[in-house]
Design a binder for this molecule. Structure first.
Ligand SMILES: [Zn+2]
Length: 225
């Protein structure tokens, strides 16, 4: 008897279209599930994401679940995930992409899933890394290990002081560091982020990870801008 009352005061909405959700649907409505702009890159061996990083760092395979469009459904989803504490969006998207990647040979050799890290100050402020749940669900689907303690962000690129200094910094791979290089040797890593735009962040992470002996790096993101 309590549930209808809860729904009256806290109605469940779809975090993509913001319409009310029907009873047995969570997080994203059926209509949005059908209309979200999936890329299908991984099904078609499409190299769009690899091309962003081509010549900048060594990558095995790369994919993105959605195309990011300004003011579109994907922007709403990622906004609610990052700024409105709706971490379950990461779970839904991770289950979605994980189930797809599981069927593709190139992703079945993944040993470790590593999220692009936040600086510890940013993590404290937001309370969670917005790609953690997404990465964990993909790791589960691929029978791989989730590891968020091998790649760390060492500079706080959002602090005002650092922003001024950054203008002078050419090599931004120095924003990241690896803690246990041995844990990465001979491993196939899936490096995970929310949106790939210029590829600068993923390039920085991959450059640092590529210092480990005989490492292979693939990439998965929620969206490509
Ligand atoms: Zn919807």
């Amino acid at each position: 008897m309590i549930k209808p009352l809860v729904d009256l005061f806290f109605p469940k909405i779809c975090y993509a279209c913001l319409n009310l959700l029907s009873d047995n649907i969570e997080t994203i409505c059926l209509d949005c599930r059908h209309h979200l702009p999936v890329t299908n890159f991984h099904f078609n061996a499409d190299k769009t994401v690899e091309k962003v990083l081509y010549g900048r760092t060594q990558i095995e395979n790369a994919t993105a679940l959605f195309r990011f469009e300004k003011r579109g459904l994907v922007q709403q989803l990622i906004h609610h995930l990052k700024y409105k504490n709706q971490e379950q969006i990461g779970v839904v998207l991770g289950d979605w992409l994980g189930a797809e990647l599981k069927t593709i040979e190139a992703y079945n050799t993944i040993d470790l899933v590593i999220p692009v890290p936040l600086h510890k100050n940013k993590l404290k402020k937001r309370g969670f890394n917005q790609v953690a749940k997404f990465s964990q669900q993909i790791a589960k689907a691929l029978n791989a290990e989730y590891k968020d303690d091998v790649l760390l962000k060492v500079t706080n690129t959002t602090s005002q002081v650092t922003k001024k200094r950054l203008v002078r910094w050419q090599n931004n791979s120095e924003h990241f560091t690896i803690t246990h290089i041995n844990a990465l040797e001979n491993k196939h890593i899936l490096l995970v982020d929310d949106i790939i735009t210029t590829g600068a962040t993923l390039e920085s992470c991959a450059t640092v990870l590529n210092r480990a002996k005989n490492i292979k790096i693939s990439i998965a993101t929620m969206a490509i801008a």
